[in-house]
Design a protein around this ligand. Structure first.
Ligand code: NAD
Length: 290
């Protein structure tokens, strides 16, 4: 039997258009099993007419333990924080804020989320050369995770070449990985010699149908990862599966970033396999829209 703790955790998510977020049930189901009193509140920027700074100050005043931060506020929130974790400082983006006594600290759990999801879905895959499409917020977490996973050569393509250049500069803290920047049109050529492909663009998510690279360029032996989780099976993931390739969908990243945030908020170790089962149930057929 679970013994209920008297400690209360009030947490939440700040972002825009977050009404269908799965974060509340993902966090609260795990907290319930751990016997915690834990409330996860959605705070939608569209409904509030307040800045991230004002919402942060209000949440702190009301006794929140912390907040998750999502699109479009992951960078904007930086100016309201007293301290950054090393991951958040490297990526220049924060998805988790913790209210410590006398200071507000920003963390980034997206990098851990991608790394954990990838190693669960694709254990033992080769990492010598990876092509990554998209150098935005998710792309920064992906590139950093790939460097830590042992990628030696990263080929990076973004429609916005300036974004790709900025990310390549940020990755210079990982001297074991060389970063080459190409235009998206050159991705098929580079894929010929690559071990893996990661999609960190929005192409394939709801409202952005399509594939970021034509399926005929997915060669035998390539592994394919997507950060998109709405839907879980993107056109790219489906095309790769149809070709018999090993794939990692965006669900692993979203669950593991939530698990890492839960740990930061509570100091408790979440049971990630259990949270993955929750996610599968919530996102699966007849489940909640993610
Ligand atoms: P973003 O806007 O910050 O970055 C997207 C980048 O992709 C932009 O730089 C854009 O120029 C580039 N791009 C768009 N089309 C392209 C193309 N055809 N070729 C090359 N580059 C292209 O967005 P983001 O916050 O990084 O989010 C990207 C996706 O990742 C979204 O679908 C989001 O839902 C998803 N995401 C998933 C997780 C997760 O936990 N699984 C976390 C964060 C974001």
């Amino acid at each position: 039997m679970v013994t209920r703790s008297d400690q209360r955790f009030l947490v939440g998510l700040i972002g825009a258009g977050i009404g269908t977020s799965m974060s509340p049930p993902l966090h609260e189901l795990e907290a319930d099993r751990q016997g915690l009193r834990y409330y996860y509140q959605l705070i939608d920027l569209h409904d509030r007419g307040q800045t991230v700074g004002e919402l942060l100050a209000a949440a702190r005043g009301l006794g929140f333990r912390g907040l998750n931060i999502t699109h479009p506020a992951k960078q904007e929130v930086l100016e309201y924080l007293d301290e950054l974790s090393p991951e958040a400082a490297e990526l220049g983006a924060v998805n988790t804020v913790v209210f410590e006594p006398g200071r507000t600290v920003g963390h980034n759990t997206d990098r851990y989320g991608f790394a954990a999801g990838l190693s669960r879905a694709l254990p033992g895959v080769p990492f010598e050369h990876v092509v990554q499409l998209g150098a935005g917020g998710a792309g920064a977490a992906v590139a950093s995770a790939l460097a830590a996973a042992g990628v030696r050569r990263l080929t990076l393509a973004d429609l916005d070449a300036g974004r790709a250049r900025r990310l390549a500069r940020a990755m210079s803290v990982h001297p074991s990985m060389t970063v080459e920047i190409i235009g998206p049109a050159d991705a098929p050529e580079r894929l010929k010699t690559a071990d893996g492909l990661v999609n960190a663009t929005p192409i394939g998510m709801e409202g952005h149908p399509g594939v970021p690279v034509a399926p005929e360029h997915l060669h035998a032996g390539l592994w394919v990862a997507d950060v998109i989780y709405r839907p879980l099976e993107t056109e790219l993931i489906r095309a790769a599966r149809d070709r018999g390739l090993r794939v990692a969908d965006g669900g692993g990243m979203v669950v593991s970033q939530a698990a890492a945030s839960f740990r930061l908020f509570t100091g408790r170790t979440p049971d990630e396999p259990r949270m993955i089962s929750d996610f599968a149930r919530l996102a699966g057929p007849g489940g909640r829209h993610v």
